[in-house]
Design a protein around this ligand. Sequence first.
Ligand code: ADP
Ligand code: ADP
Length: 225
Amino acid sequence: GAQVALRGVSRVYGAAKALDDVSVEIEPESAVALMGQSGAGKSTLLHLVGGMDLPDGGEVEIDGRSLPRRRLDAHRRRVGFVFQRFHLLPALSVLDNVLAPVLPYRVDFDRRARARELLEAVGLDGRERALPGELSGGQQQRVAIARALIGHPPLLLADEPTGNLDSATGEEIMELLGTLRRHYGMTMMIATHNPELAASCDRLIRLQDGRVVSDDRLEPSEDVL
Ligand code: ADP
Ligand code: ADP
């Protein structure tokens, strides 16, 4: 079955429809690129899937069950989110930034061991004590990716993850996401203006004015996510 389904989802801001009757189903372990002009509704769609926002109409389903308001908190903990502008906490070390999402909760794994494993996986072992401001943009995004994965999320949502990086660094981040997806076997949904990042996904959904205007399977390319 679908891991994520939107069924006739709408999200309205005043007179503007950020999403207008959107229906999509996302299979487990797929890599879905969301493209479309600024304002097309990409971020809104990711926020709804991540349980950070609620639809005005229609339903979001996770693993075949509709996502009720009372389960949003639990759902959010099962989702990793990566942003364009990293949103690291500047006064916390790299290690503490990665740990931050799971600190308030009881978890059934060793948080510090997991954080160290992830920092190694993103190529930042040895930088645990650095502050975000001491790192390059690409390194900060690596920290943000490690932070997104700390809770073993089956779903990673990324909003313009390469949008604030030069193209070479963006390519490194894109390759890193592909490696992590293969290693941890999670589903990714990535809003992007970057055609290479989109082409490395296995599905491309285009939004325009809050509606899905195309939805295509992509042939696996060489550096497939
Ligand atoms: P995209 O991510 O594709 O750039 P968004 O989902 O951010 O698009 O925005 C879709 C539409 O909804 C835009 O017209 C945007 O201005 C509007 N919108 C998004 N979030 C808000 C908000 N919090 N308040 C008002 N309008 C919003
Ligand atoms: P990110 O947070 O991804 O690094 P931004 O700082 O540009 O990038 O965040 C965009 C945020 O602004 C999103 O959360 C989006 O929902 C919100 N947003 C988009 N359009 C509007 C709008 N017209 N009014 C208010 N909020 C908006």
